[in-house]
Design a protein around this ligand. Structure first.
Ligand SMILES: [Cu+2]
Length: 62
């Protein structure tokens, strides 16, 4: 991610991804929160979707 616009773009993309209920990406902290439907997609799918638009992503440990 290079700037806030990238974060907004990823957020927008994820929001439009099937199974995603809510997405919030914060450029300053480089962290994102994605709320998704467990029956449709999983964490791997979300990471893959972000990688498909050209960004790196890794699951955060809670
Ligand atoms: Cu950018």
């Amino acid at each position: 991610m290079h700037c806030g616009a990238c974060a907004a773009g990823i957020q927008m993309f994820l929001s439009n991804t099937d199974g995603v209920k809510n997405a919030f990406i914060d450029y300053n902290t480089k962290l994102g929160e994605v709320e998704y439907d467990n029956e449709k997609i999983n964490q791997k799918t979300v990471v893959k979707a972000v990688e498909e638009v050209g960004y790196g992503a890794s699951p955060a440990q809670n």
